[in-house]
Design a protein around this ligand. Structure first.
Ligand code: THU
Length: 157
């Protein structure tokens, strides 16, 4: 038996102002995207923004539904819209944020497992790393590839 470890490297910033200009722009788009959230049940508004390889940014926000499984997270709303709009372009980066009644969480909002799996698929489709930026009021995290937030990704088919 060998004991193994998985180490995850990520960057922490004190605010989106500290990010590189492209990331800062994407983070600002994710914050703006929260305005499109429809969350009458949880009141947890989430915004996401995807940067494509052609420089275009596509926004998404969570959409809830009385038949609960029918709703969708902000990240998948953004990625599916981006995939449908720019099927031949790669997703380079995604930023997300959220909070009750639109008030940003202090710690960065983190994507659910289903959204991570969808990120993994689009990263695999592009063949290049897709970075993930998680925004909170007190700090911001940047992960350079989806593998870092979904170790041992299922990508066997
Ligand atoms: N939500 C997202 O939009 N993204 C996530 O990664 C986690 C959760 C949404 C779903 C639901 O509308 C609300 O947040 C509360 O769970």
């Amino acid at each position: 038996m060998q004991e193994k470890q998985i180490n995850i490297a990520f960057e922490q910033y004190s605010s989106i102002e500290e990010l590189l200009p492209e990331d800062r722009e994407l983070a600002a788009e994710a914050i703006k995207a929260m305005a499109g959230s429809y969350a009458p049940y949880s009141h947890f508004n989430v915004g996401a923004a995807v940067r494509m390889s052609n420089g275009q940014i596509v926004r998404g926000a969570n959409q809830e539904n009385a038949a609960f499984p029918s709703g969708l997270c902000a990240e998948r709303t953004a990625m599916f819209a981006a995939g449908a709009k720019f099927p031949d372009k790669e997703m380079v980066s995604i930023a997300l944020c959220g909070g009750i009644y639109g008030r940003l969480t202090e710690s960065p909002a983190t994507p659910c497992g289903a959204c991570r799996q969808v990120m993994a698929q689009y990263q695999a489709k592009s063949g290049k790393p897709m970075s993930v930026i998680m925004i909170g009021a007190d700090k911001v995290w940047k992960f350079h590839r989806v593998d870092d937030i979904l170790p041992l990704i299922f990508d066997s088919i």
